[in-house]
Design a protein around this ligand. Structure first.
Ligand code: UD1
Ligand code: CA
Length: 457
Protein backbone atom coordinates (compact mmCIF):
# COMPACT_ATOMS: atom_id res chain seq x y z
CA UNK A 1 0.00 0.00 0.00
CA UNK A 2 1.14 3.53 -0.76
CA UNK A 3 1.60 6.22 1.83
CA UNK A 4 -1.65 8.09 2.21
CA UNK A 5 -2.29 11.78 2.72
CA UNK A 6 -5.47 13.83 2.95
CA UNK A 7 -6.39 17.40 2.11
CA UNK A 8 -9.66 18.79 3.43
CA UNK A 9 -11.02 21.95 1.84
CA UNK A 10 -12.51 24.26 4.43
CA UNK A 11 -11.48 27.81 3.57
CA UNK A 12 -14.63 29.03 1.83
CA UNK A 13 -17.03 31.54 3.30
CA UNK A 14 -20.15 29.71 2.18
CA UNK A 15 -21.91 32.74 0.75
CA UNK A 16 -25.00 30.74 -0.16
CA UNK A 17 -25.59 29.85 3.50
CA UNK A 18 -26.28 33.58 4.20
CA UNK A 19 -24.83 33.15 7.66
CA UNK A 20 -22.41 34.73 10.10
CA UNK A 21 -21.20 31.23 10.88
CA UNK A 22 -18.65 29.87 8.39
CA UNK A 23 -20.15 27.15 6.28
CA UNK A 24 -18.08 24.16 7.36
CA UNK A 25 -18.83 24.96 11.02
CA UNK A 26 -22.57 24.59 10.58
CA UNK A 27 -23.57 21.56 12.62
CA UNK A 28 -25.25 18.46 11.23
CA UNK A 29 -26.78 16.40 14.05
CA UNK A 30 -24.81 18.44 16.57
CA UNK A 31 -21.38 18.19 14.95
CA UNK A 32 -19.81 20.74 12.57
CA UNK A 33 -19.70 19.49 8.98
CA UNK A 34 -15.91 19.67 8.73
CA UNK A 35 -15.57 17.67 11.96
CA UNK A 36 -17.71 14.90 10.43
CA UNK A 37 -15.35 14.83 7.45
CA UNK A 38 -12.17 14.82 9.55
CA UNK A 39 -13.54 12.10 11.87
CA UNK A 40 -14.21 9.83 8.89
CA UNK A 41 -10.88 10.62 7.22
CA UNK A 42 -9.03 9.81 10.42
CA UNK A 43 -10.46 6.28 10.37
CA UNK A 44 -8.40 5.65 7.24
CA UNK A 45 -4.77 4.80 7.50
CA UNK A 46 -3.45 8.29 6.72
CA UNK A 47 -0.02 9.74 7.44
CA UNK A 48 -0.93 13.39 7.36
CA UNK A 49 -4.25 15.22 7.25
CA UNK A 50 -4.00 18.85 6.10
CA UNK A 51 -7.02 21.12 6.37
CA UNK A 52 -7.11 24.23 4.21
CA UNK A 53 -8.44 27.11 6.28
CA UNK A 54 -9.26 30.71 5.35
CA UNK A 55 -12.61 32.17 6.36
CA UNK A 56 -12.98 31.67 10.08
CA UNK A 57 -9.54 30.04 10.14
CA UNK A 58 -9.13 30.36 13.89
CA UNK A 59 -12.55 28.94 14.63
CA UNK A 60 -12.08 25.99 12.28
CA UNK A 61 -8.68 25.30 13.81
CA UNK A 62 -10.12 25.57 17.32
CA UNK A 63 -12.82 23.09 16.34
CA UNK A 64 -10.51 20.48 14.80
CA UNK A 65 -7.65 20.96 17.25
CA UNK A 66 -4.69 18.63 16.71
CA UNK A 67 -6.80 16.26 14.62
CA UNK A 68 -5.26 17.93 11.57
CA UNK A 69 -2.41 20.06 10.25
CA UNK A 70 -3.37 23.38 8.72
CA UNK A 71 -2.53 25.42 5.66
CA UNK A 72 -3.85 28.93 5.29
CA UNK A 73 -5.49 30.05 2.06
CA UNK A 74 -5.56 33.81 2.45
CA UNK A 75 -7.68 34.50 -0.60
CA UNK A 76 -10.27 32.05 -1.77
CA UNK A 77 -9.38 31.76 -5.44
CA UNK A 78 -10.88 28.32 -5.97
CA UNK A 79 -10.51 24.69 -4.97
CA UNK A 80 -7.29 24.11 -6.97
CA UNK A 81 -5.73 27.17 -5.37
CA UNK A 82 -6.86 25.79 -2.01
CA UNK A 83 -5.10 22.45 -2.49
CA UNK A 84 -1.97 24.24 -3.66
CA UNK A 85 -1.65 25.78 -0.18
CA UNK A 86 -0.80 22.32 1.16
CA UNK A 87 2.16 22.21 -1.24
CA UNK A 88 4.84 23.17 1.26
CA UNK A 89 3.73 20.28 3.48
CA UNK A 90 2.95 17.64 0.91
CA UNK A 91 4.33 18.19 -2.59
CA UNK A 92 7.56 16.24 -2.03
CA UNK A 93 5.77 13.16 -0.72
CA UNK A 94 5.41 9.89 -2.58
CA UNK A 95 1.98 8.38 -2.21
CA UNK A 96 -1.72 8.87 -2.73
CA UNK A 97 -3.59 11.96 -1.58
CA UNK A 98 -7.32 12.05 -0.99
CA UNK A 99 -8.99 15.44 -1.33
CA UNK A 100 -12.34 15.89 0.40
CA UNK A 101 -14.57 18.97 0.66
CA UNK A 102 -15.40 20.13 4.16
CA UNK A 103 -19.02 20.60 3.15
CA UNK A 104 -19.84 16.94 2.38
CA UNK A 105 -20.63 15.77 5.92
CA UNK A 106 -22.18 12.43 4.97
CA UNK A 107 -19.11 10.90 3.34
CA UNK A 108 -18.11 7.65 5.07
CA UNK A 109 -14.70 6.15 5.72
CA UNK A 110 -15.76 2.87 4.01
CA UNK A 111 -16.51 4.71 0.78
CA UNK A 112 -13.20 6.56 0.88
CA UNK A 113 -11.44 3.25 1.51
CA UNK A 114 -13.13 1.80 -1.59
CA UNK A 115 -12.01 4.85 -3.54
CA UNK A 116 -8.38 4.29 -2.46
CA UNK A 117 -8.62 0.59 -3.43
CA UNK A 118 -10.07 1.43 -6.85
CA UNK A 119 -7.36 4.03 -7.40
CA UNK A 120 -4.60 1.58 -6.52
CA UNK A 121 -6.13 -1.29 -8.50
CA UNK A 122 -6.19 0.82 -11.68
CA UNK A 123 -2.76 2.30 -10.98
CA UNK A 124 -4.40 5.62 -11.75
CA UNK A 125 -2.99 9.11 -11.36
CA UNK A 126 -6.45 10.38 -10.44
CA UNK A 127 -9.71 8.74 -9.38
CA UNK A 128 -12.91 10.72 -8.93
CA UNK A 129 -15.64 9.65 -6.55
CA UNK A 130 -18.78 10.08 -8.65
CA UNK A 131 -22.48 9.37 -8.19
CA UNK A 132 -25.60 9.36 -10.31
CA UNK A 133 -28.23 11.55 -8.75
CA UNK A 134 -31.74 12.60 -9.71
CA UNK A 135 -31.09 16.33 -9.55
CA UNK A 136 -27.49 17.17 -10.49
CA UNK A 137 -28.04 20.94 -10.44
CA UNK A 138 -25.03 22.81 -9.08
CA UNK A 139 -22.59 19.90 -9.20
CA UNK A 140 -19.67 19.37 -11.60
CA UNK A 141 -20.62 16.88 -14.35
CA UNK A 142 -18.49 13.90 -15.36
CA UNK A 143 -17.77 13.96 -19.08
CA UNK A 144 -16.91 10.54 -20.52
CA UNK A 145 -15.78 9.72 -24.08
CA UNK A 146 -17.42 7.14 -26.38
CA UNK A 147 -15.41 4.42 -24.71
CA UNK A 148 -16.90 5.40 -21.36
CA UNK A 149 -13.58 6.72 -20.05
CA UNK A 150 -13.49 9.91 -18.03
CA UNK A 151 -12.35 12.93 -20.04
CA UNK A 152 -12.94 15.86 -17.72
CA UNK A 153 -15.26 17.52 -15.24
CA UNK A 154 -17.37 20.52 -16.26
CA UNK A 155 -18.75 22.79 -13.58
CA UNK A 156 -22.49 23.40 -13.67
CA UNK A 157 -22.02 27.10 -14.42
CA UNK A 158 -19.68 26.34 -17.33
CA UNK A 159 -21.69 23.44 -18.74
CA UNK A 160 -23.61 23.45 -22.03
CA UNK A 161 -27.28 22.44 -22.12
CA UNK A 162 -26.30 18.96 -23.26
CA UNK A 163 -23.70 18.63 -20.50
CA UNK A 164 -26.22 19.69 -17.91
CA UNK A 165 -28.34 16.69 -18.91
CA UNK A 166 -25.61 14.42 -17.52
CA UNK A 167 -26.55 13.17 -14.09
CA UNK A 168 -23.22 11.64 -13.10
CA UNK A 169 -21.66 14.18 -10.76
CA UNK A 170 -18.36 14.96 -9.11
CA UNK A 171 -18.84 14.43 -5.37
CA UNK A 172 -15.80 16.61 -4.66
CA UNK A 173 -13.78 13.67 -3.29
CA UNK A 174 -10.79 12.39 -5.30
CA UNK A 175 -7.65 10.32 -4.96
CA UNK A 176 -4.51 11.56 -6.69
CA UNK A 177 -0.98 10.43 -7.12
CA UNK A 178 0.48 13.07 -4.83
CA UNK A 179 3.33 14.24 -7.08
CA UNK A 180 1.15 14.26 -10.20
CA UNK A 181 -1.43 16.33 -8.33
CA UNK A 182 0.95 19.12 -7.31
CA UNK A 183 2.57 19.09 -10.77
CA UNK A 184 -0.79 19.44 -12.50
CA UNK A 185 -1.97 22.18 -10.10
CA UNK A 186 0.68 24.47 -11.60
CA UNK A 187 -1.13 24.29 -14.92
CA UNK A 188 -4.66 25.05 -13.74
CA UNK A 189 -5.96 28.38 -15.04
CA UNK A 190 -8.91 30.48 -13.94
CA UNK A 191 -10.31 30.91 -17.40
CA UNK A 192 -13.95 30.04 -16.61
CA UNK A 193 -17.30 31.60 -15.74
CA UNK A 194 -16.42 32.02 -12.06
CA UNK A 195 -12.82 33.16 -12.64
CA UNK A 196 -11.66 30.52 -10.14
CA UNK A 197 -8.92 27.90 -10.14
CA UNK A 198 -10.94 24.68 -10.28
CA UNK A 199 -9.49 21.51 -8.78
CA UNK A 200 -11.56 19.38 -11.20
CA UNK A 201 -9.48 20.84 -14.06
CA UNK A 202 -6.60 18.66 -12.86
CA UNK A 203 -8.51 15.71 -14.35
CA UNK A 204 -8.40 17.07 -17.89
CA UNK A 205 -4.76 18.11 -17.49
CA UNK A 206 -3.68 14.62 -16.41
CA UNK A 207 -5.83 13.02 -19.09
CA UNK A 208 -4.23 15.15 -21.80
CA UNK A 209 -0.82 14.03 -20.54
CA UNK A 210 -1.95 10.49 -21.23
CA UNK A 211 -2.19 9.51 -17.58
CA UNK A 212 -4.70 7.01 -16.25
CA UNK A 213 -7.75 8.75 -14.85
CA UNK A 214 -10.66 6.72 -13.48
CA UNK A 215 -13.95 7.22 -11.73
CA UNK A 216 -15.34 5.21 -8.86
CA UNK A 217 -19.09 5.48 -8.91
CA UNK A 218 -20.63 5.03 -5.49
CA UNK A 219 -24.15 3.72 -5.06
CA UNK A 220 -24.27 5.41 -1.66
CA UNK A 221 -25.63 8.54 -3.26
CA UNK A 222 -26.81 9.99 0.06
CA UNK A 223 -23.15 10.30 1.08
CA UNK A 224 -22.37 12.65 -1.73
CA UNK A 225 -24.54 15.57 -0.70
CA UNK A 226 -22.61 18.85 -0.79
CA UNK A 227 -24.10 21.46 1.51
CA UNK A 228 -24.13 24.90 -0.08
CA UNK A 229 -27.32 26.36 1.41
CA UNK A 230 -29.75 25.82 4.26
CA UNK A 231 -32.04 23.63 2.20
CA UNK A 232 -29.19 21.18 1.66
CA UNK A 233 -28.23 21.57 5.34
CA UNK A 234 -31.68 20.36 6.39
CA UNK A 235 -31.41 17.47 3.94
CA UNK A 236 -27.98 16.54 5.35
CA UNK A 237 -29.45 16.64 8.85
CA UNK A 238 -32.33 14.39 7.79
CA UNK A 239 -30.03 11.84 6.16
CA UNK A 240 -27.61 11.86 9.10
CA UNK A 241 -30.52 11.44 11.50
CA UNK A 242 -31.75 8.35 9.64
CA UNK A 243 -28.23 6.92 9.70
CA UNK A 244 -27.73 7.61 13.42
CA UNK A 245 -31.12 6.27 14.45
CA UNK A 246 -30.63 3.12 12.38
CA UNK A 247 -27.31 2.52 14.08
CA UNK A 248 -28.91 2.74 17.54
CA UNK A 249 -31.77 0.47 16.51
CA UNK A 250 -29.31 -2.12 15.16
CA UNK A 251 -27.49 -1.91 18.50
CA UNK A 252 -30.64 -2.81 20.41
CA UNK A 253 -32.30 0.53 21.16
CA UNK A 254 -36.04 0.86 20.46
CA UNK A 255 -36.90 4.11 18.73
CA UNK A 256 -40.67 4.19 18.51
CA UNK A 257 -40.85 6.83 15.75
CA UNK A 258 -37.41 7.41 14.18
CA UNK A 259 -38.64 10.24 12.00
CA UNK A 260 -39.54 12.22 15.07
CA UNK A 261 -36.51 11.43 17.21
CA UNK A 262 -33.46 13.68 17.02
CA UNK A 263 -30.24 12.17 18.28
CA UNK A 264 -26.85 13.84 17.82
CA UNK A 265 -24.08 11.69 16.39
CA UNK A 266 -22.00 11.66 19.60
CA UNK A 267 -24.79 10.22 21.75
CA UNK A 268 -24.40 6.72 23.24
CA UNK A 269 -27.41 4.65 24.27
CA UNK A 270 -27.52 1.25 26.00
CA UNK A 271 -29.47 -1.82 24.98
CA UNK A 272 -33.22 -2.12 25.51
CA UNK A 273 -33.64 1.56 26.14
CA UNK A 274 -36.83 2.90 24.57
CA UNK A 275 -36.95 6.38 23.06
CA UNK A 276 -40.43 7.83 22.57
CA UNK A 277 -41.38 10.38 19.90
CA UNK A 278 -40.48 14.05 20.06
CA UNK A 279 -37.25 13.40 21.92
CA UNK A 280 -34.11 15.43 21.25
CA UNK A 281 -30.82 14.12 22.62
CA UNK A 282 -27.87 16.43 22.14
CA UNK A 283 -24.14 16.63 22.54
CA UNK A 284 -22.02 14.03 24.27
CA UNK A 285 -24.88 12.40 26.14
CA UNK A 286 -24.70 8.83 27.37
CA UNK A 287 -27.80 6.90 28.34
CA UNK A 288 -27.70 3.51 30.05
CA UNK A 289 -29.59 0.30 29.39
CA UNK A 290 -33.32 -0.27 29.81
CA UNK A 291 -34.15 3.41 30.19
CA UNK A 292 -37.34 5.06 28.98
CA UNK A 293 -36.81 8.48 27.48
CA UNK A 294 -39.61 10.71 26.22
CA UNK A 295 -42.00 11.48 24.77
CA UNK A 296 -41.18 15.14 24.15
CA UNK A 297 -37.98 15.25 26.12
CA UNK A 298 -34.83 17.29 25.61
CA UNK A 299 -31.54 16.01 27.00
CA UNK A 300 -28.24 17.78 26.43
CA UNK A 301 -24.78 16.73 27.59
CA UNK A 302 -26.05 14.39 30.30
CA UNK A 303 -24.89 11.08 31.67
CA UNK A 304 -27.79 8.82 32.59
CA UNK A 305 -27.57 5.44 34.34
CA UNK A 306 -29.51 2.23 33.69
CA UNK A 307 -33.27 1.81 34.09
CA UNK A 308 -33.96 5.49 34.45
CA UNK A 309 -37.18 7.06 33.21
CA UNK A 310 -37.35 10.62 31.88
CA UNK A 311 -40.80 11.69 30.68
CA UNK A 312 -41.71 14.98 28.98
CA UNK A 313 -38.84 16.81 30.63
CA UNK A 314 -35.68 18.79 29.95
CA UNK A 315 -32.24 18.00 31.35
CA UNK A 316 -28.98 19.83 30.65
CA UNK A 317 -25.33 19.20 31.49
CA UNK A 318 -26.07 17.01 34.49
CA UNK A 319 -25.47 13.51 35.69
CA UNK A 320 -28.44 11.33 36.53
CA UNK A 321 -28.05 7.92 38.14
CA UNK A 322 -29.74 4.56 37.71
CA UNK A 323 -33.39 3.78 38.56
CA UNK A 324 -34.16 7.48 38.64
CA UNK A 325 -37.64 8.71 37.80
CA UNK A 326 -37.94 12.16 36.27
CA UNK A 327 -41.02 14.03 35.10
CA UNK A 328 -43.37 14.58 33.56
CA UNK A 329 -42.55 18.28 33.21
CA UNK A 330 -39.36 18.47 35.24
CA UNK A 331 -36.44 20.76 34.49
CA UNK A 332 -32.93 19.63 35.38
CA UNK A 333 -30.57 22.57 34.91
CA UNK A 334 -26.78 22.38 34.51
CA UNK A 335 -24.37 21.02 37.11
CA UNK A 336 -26.92 18.87 38.87
CA UNK A 337 -25.86 15.50 40.17
CA UNK A 338 -28.70 13.13 40.81
CA UNK A 339 -27.87 9.79 42.45
CA UNK A 340 -29.60 6.45 42.03
CA UNK A 341 -33.27 5.86 42.85
CA UNK A 342 -34.10 9.54 43.09
CA UNK A 343 -37.53 10.83 42.11
CA UNK A 344 -37.95 14.26 40.57
CA UNK A 345 -41.64 14.72 39.87
CA UNK A 346 -43.84 17.11 37.97
CA UNK A 347 -43.05 20.82 37.89
CA UNK A 348 -39.84 20.45 39.83
CA UNK A 349 -36.84 22.55 38.83
CA UNK A 350 -33.38 21.48 39.92
CA UNK A 351 -30.34 23.71 39.44
CA UNK A 352 -26.75 22.99 40.45
CA UNK A 353 -27.96 20.61 43.12
CA UNK A 354 -26.72 17.28 44.39
CA UNK A 355 -29.33 14.67 45.28
CA UNK A 356 -28.31 11.63 47.35
CA UNK A 357 -29.65 8.12 46.80
CA UNK A 358 -33.37 7.59 47.22
CA UNK A 359 -34.30 11.23 47.78
CA UNK A 360 -37.55 12.64 46.43
CA UNK A 361 -38.90 15.97 45.27
CA UNK A 362 -42.15 14.80 43.83
CA UNK A 363 -44.12 17.94 43.09
CA UNK A 364 -43.82 21.65 42.35
CA UNK A 365 -40.46 22.56 43.89
CA UNK A 366 -37.40 24.66 43.15
CA UNK A 367 -34.15 23.23 44.46
CA UNK A 368 -31.14 25.31 43.42
CA UNK A 369 -27.59 25.57 44.79
CA UNK A 370 -28.31 22.74 47.17
CA UNK A 371 -26.75 19.64 48.63
CA UNK A 372 -29.47 17.15 49.36
CA UNK A 373 -28.43 13.99 51.21
CA UNK A 374 -29.93 10.54 50.79
CA UNK A 375 -33.47 9.47 51.68
CA UNK A 376 -34.64 13.05 51.92
CA UNK A 377 -38.28 13.85 51.24
CA UNK A 378 -38.97 17.31 49.91
CA UNK A 379 -42.68 18.08 50.19
CA UNK A 380 -44.79 19.66 47.51
CA UNK A 381 -44.14 23.32 46.80
CA UNK A 382 -40.89 23.59 48.76
CA UNK A 383 -38.29 26.10 47.69
CA UNK A 384 -34.64 26.81 48.32
CA UNK A 385 -34.40 30.58 48.59
CA UNK A 386 -30.94 30.78 47.11
CA UNK A 387 -30.68 34.33 45.80
CA UNK A 388 -30.82 37.68 47.57
CA UNK A 389 -30.69 39.70 44.39
CA UNK A 390 -26.89 39.83 44.42
CA UNK A 391 -25.43 36.51 45.49
CA UNK A 392 -26.33 32.84 45.48
CA UNK A 393 -26.18 30.80 48.69
CA UNK A 394 -26.07 27.12 49.49
CA UNK A 395 -28.77 25.06 51.15
CA UNK A 396 -27.69 21.84 52.85
CA UNK A 397 -30.29 19.21 53.55
CA UNK A 398 -28.71 16.26 55.33
CA UNK A 399 -29.64 12.56 55.11
CA UNK A 400 -33.13 11.47 56.09
CA UNK A 401 -34.58 14.98 56.38
CA UNK A 402 -38.31 15.52 55.85
CA UNK A 403 -39.27 18.92 54.46
CA UNK A 404 -43.00 19.59 54.88
CA UNK A 405 -45.01 21.03 52.02
CA UNK A 406 -44.68 24.65 50.99
CA UNK A 407 -41.54 25.38 53.00
CA UNK A 408 -39.00 28.09 52.18
CA UNK A 409 -35.41 27.32 53.09
CA UNK A 410 -33.63 30.67 53.12
CA UNK A 411 -29.96 30.06 52.28
CA UNK A 412 -27.34 29.84 53.54
CA UNK A 413 -28.93 27.28 55.79
CA UNK A 414 -28.42 23.67 56.92
CA UNK A 415 -31.12 21.23 57.91
CA UNK A 416 -29.41 18.63 60.10
CA UNK A 417 -29.64 14.89 59.67
CA UNK A 418 -33.03 13.36 60.30
CA UNK A 419 -34.72 16.72 61.09
CA UNK A 420 -38.32 17.61 60.29
CA UNK A 421 -39.47 20.92 58.91
CA UNK A 422 -43.16 21.53 59.43
CA UNK A 423 -45.27 22.38 56.43
CA UNK A 424 -45.47 26.06 55.55
CA UNK A 425 -42.28 26.99 57.43
CA UNK A 426 -39.90 29.72 56.36
CA UNK A 427 -36.58 28.51 57.71
CA UNK A 428 -33.92 31.20 58.15
CA UNK A 429 -31.72 29.53 60.78
CA UNK A 430 -29.98 26.17 60.81
CA UNK A 431 -32.04 23.26 62.10
CA UNK A 432 -30.18 20.76 64.32
CA UNK A 433 -30.30 17.07 63.47
CA UNK A 434 -33.39 15.15 64.67
CA UNK A 435 -35.18 18.43 65.57
CA UNK A 436 -38.65 19.47 64.46
CA UNK A 437 -38.66 23.02 63.23
CA UNK A 438 -41.86 25.03 62.86
CA UNK A 439 -41.51 28.52 61.51
CA UNK A 440 -44.93 29.89 60.66
CA UNK A 441 -47.57 32.07 62.23
CA UNK A 442 -49.65 30.26 64.86
CA UNK A 443 -53.19 29.43 63.85
CA UNK A 444 -55.97 31.35 65.61
CA UNK A 445 -59.59 30.19 65.33
CA UNK A 446 -62.18 32.87 66.16
CA UNK A 447 -65.42 31.10 67.06
CA UNK A 448 -68.64 32.39 65.44
CA UNK A 449 -66.71 35.28 63.97
CA UNK A 450 -68.58 35.19 60.68
CA UNK A 451 -72.09 35.47 62.15
CA UNK A 452 -70.99 38.18 64.54
CA UNK A 453 -69.98 40.54 61.79
CA UNK A 454 -72.77 39.32 59.57
CA UNK A 455 -70.33 38.57 56.86
CA UNK A 456 -72.35 35.61 55.68
CA UNK A 457 -75.69 36.22 54.02
C1 UD1 B 1 -17.33 21.67 -5.86
C2 UD1 B 1 -16.75 21.14 -7.19
C3 UD1 B 1 -17.85 20.44 -7.99
C4 UD1 B 1 -18.46 19.33 -7.14
C5 UD1 B 1 -18.94 19.85 -5.79
C6 UD1 B 1 -19.31 18.70 -4.87
C7 UD1 B 1 -15.01 22.73 -7.81
C8 UD1 B 1 -14.63 23.85 -8.69
N1 UD1 B 1 -16.23 22.25 -7.95
O1 UD1 B 1 -18.32 22.64 -6.22
O2 UD1 B 1 -17.31 19.88 -9.19
O3 UD1 B 1 -19.54 18.73 -7.85
O4 UD1 B 1 -17.89 20.58 -5.11
O5 UD1 B 1 -19.90 19.12 -3.67
O6 UD1 B 1 -14.19 22.27 -7.05
N2 UD1 B 1 -12.98 25.95 -0.81
C9 UD1 B 1 -11.78 26.41 -0.33
N3 UD1 B 1 -11.14 27.42 -0.99
C10 UD1 B 1 -11.66 27.98 -2.11
C11 UD1 B 1 -12.90 27.51 -2.60
C12 UD1 B 1 -13.53 26.49 -1.94
O7 UD1 B 1 -11.27 25.91 0.67
O8 UD1 B 1 -11.00 28.89 -2.65
C13 UD1 B 1 -13.67 24.85 -0.09
C14 UD1 B 1 -15.02 25.25 0.48
O9 UD1 B 1 -14.91 25.70 1.81
C15 UD1 B 1 -15.81 23.94 0.38
C16 UD1 B 1 -15.15 23.18 -0.73
O10 UD1 B 1 -13.91 23.80 -0.98
O11 UD1 B 1 -15.72 23.19 1.58
C17 UD1 B 1 -15.98 23.17 -2.01
O12 UD1 B 1 -16.21 24.49 -2.43
P1 UD1 B 1 -17.62 24.97 -2.98
O13 UD1 B 1 -17.51 26.40 -3.32
O14 UD1 B 1 -18.68 24.54 -2.07
O15 UD1 B 1 -17.66 24.14 -4.36
P2 UD1 B 1 -18.95 23.69 -5.18
O16 UD1 B 1 -19.44 24.85 -5.96
O17 UD1 B 1 -19.91 23.00 -4.30
CA1 CA C 1 -20.00 22.65 -2.13
Amino acid sequence: MHNRYAVILAAGQGTRMKSKLYKVLHPVCGKPMVQHVVDQVRKLNIQEVVTIIGHGAELVQAQLGDGSLYALQEQQLGTAHAVRQAGSMLEEKEGVTIVVCGDTPLIKAETMESLFKHHEEFAAKATILTARIADPTGYGRIIRNEGGLVEKIVEHKDASEAEREINEINTGTYCFDNRALFEALRNVSNDNVQGEYYLPDVIEILKKQGEIVTAFQTTEFTETLGVNDRVALAEAERLMRIRTNELHMRNGVTIVDPQNTYIDTEVEIGQDTVIYPGTIIKGKTTIGEECQIGPNTEIEECEIGNKTVVRQSAAYKSSIGAHVNIGPFAHIRPESKISNEVKIGNFVEIKKAVFGTGSKASHLSYIGDAEVGSDVNIGCGSITVNYDGKNKFLTKIEDGVFIGCNSNLVAPVTIGKGAYVAAGSTITKDVPGDALSIARAKQVNKENYVQKFNLKK
